[in-house]
Write a protein of this length. Structure first.
Length: 267
C-alpha cells in the first residue's frame, strides 16, 4: 500500500521481504512490504508483537539484507548502494550505544570524526547540536551520569551529526518517564520543522503515534494491513474521529494493548 506521491518520496519499497532459517522450518518475518514515505513527513510504523516492524526497520537501515524485493532510501538502492544509504540516514536504535565513561562532548566529537569531519568541524558540529538539543550544560558530564531522557537526546544528536535526510527512531521513548517522553515528542517535532528531516518512527505507545505521526502504517503477520492518518483510521476502524487509537488498533489487528505494549521486542 502507498498513498503518497512518488515524486516526493524519500523511501519506497516493493515486495520487501525477509525469511529467517529456523530448525522447524523457514520463518517469514516480513512477507512483502510495499511502502512509500513522503519527504518531510513523520511516519508511525506500528504493529503487534511479531508483526515484522523491527525487521523491516533493520532492512531499511542496511542492518539486515532482504530475502527478496527492493527499496530506494534517500535516493539510493538499498541492495546495491548501502554505503550511500547510510550516509543519508540517521538511526537511533532502541538499545542505544553510548560509552558510559565518555563525556557528552567526546561522544559528539567522535561521531563527527566517524563521518570524516575534521577536528575543527567536529567540534563546531558538536557545539551546534548541543545547542539545538539542549545538551550544552551537559557537555562535560559522563554518559553514565545522564538521565534516560538526556541519553536519548544525546543519541538523537549523534544520529543528526551528518544532517541526514531521513531519521529512523526505533521505540525512542521506551522506559522514559512521562515528562521525558513529552520532551522527546517536542524534540522530534522541532527536528522535522527546523531541519526538514523525515522521521520514520516505530513505537508501541499508541498515544505517541497519535501525537506525532502525520500518517500511520500498521503491519501484521509481515504485511501492511492498513495505512492512513490517525484521524482517518479512527473514523474508519474506531467508528469516530474521537475514538482512541488504542481501540482503533485493536479493531484493526485483534490484539489488545497489553499484548502489544508489554511484549519483548519483536522481529
Amino acid at each position: 500500500m502507498a498513498s503518497t506521491t512518488a515524486s516526493a518520496a524519500i523511501l519506497t519499497t516493493h515486495d520487501l521481504a525477509l525469511t529467517f532459517p529456523a530448525r522447524g522450518g523457514p520463518v517469514e518475518a516480513v512477507r512483502g512490504i510495499d511502502l512509500t514515505v513522503e519527504a518531510g513527513e513523520i511516519l508511525g510504523f506500528l504493529g503487534p508483537n511479531g508483526a515484522g516492524k523491527s525487521t523491516t526497520l533493520r532492512m531499511l537501515t542496511t542492518l539486515l539484507p532482504p530475502t527478496r524485493g527492493s527499496a530506494t532510501v534517500a535516493g539510493h538502492d538499498l541492495a546495491t548502494e548501502p554505503r550511500e544509504v547510510r550516509r543519508r540516514i540517521g538511526f537511533v536504535a532502541q538499545s542505544g550505544g553510548l560509552d558510559p565513561e565518555e563525556s557528552v562532548h567526546a561522544e559528539l566529537v567522535l561521531q563527527g570524526r566517524f563521518y570524516r569531519l575534521s577536528r575543527v568541524e567536529a567540534e563546531a558540529r558538536a557545539e551546534e547540536l548541543a545547542a539545538e538539543l539542549e545538551l550544552t550544560a551537559l557537555l562535560g558530564r559522563r554518559c553514565r551520569e545522564l538521565s534516560g531522557g538526556q541519553r536519548r537526546r544525546l543519541e538523537i544528536a549523534m544520529a543528526l551529526t551528518h544532517r541526514p535526510r531521513l531519521l529512523f527512531l526505533d521505540e525512542p521513548t521506551t522506559g522514559l518517564d512521562p515528562g521525558s517522553r513529552a520532551d522527546l515528542w517536542d524534540l522530534v517535532r522541532r527536528i522535522r520543522a527546523r531541519q526538514r528531516t523525515t522521521v520514520f518512527l516505530t513505537t508501541h505507545y499508541l498515544d505517541e503515534a497519535d501525537a506525532l505521526a502525520d500518517r500511520l502504517v500498521v503491519v501484521d503477520h509481515g504485511r501492511i494491513v492498513v495505512e492512513g492518518t490517525p484521524s482517518d483510521l479512527k473514523r474508519r476502524y474506531g467508528g469516530s474521529p474521537d475514538a482512541t487509537l488504542q481501540d482503533t488498533f485493536v479493531a484493526i489487528t485483534g490484539h489488545g494493548p497489553r499484548q502489544q505494549e508489554s511484549a519483548p521486542l519483536a522481529l
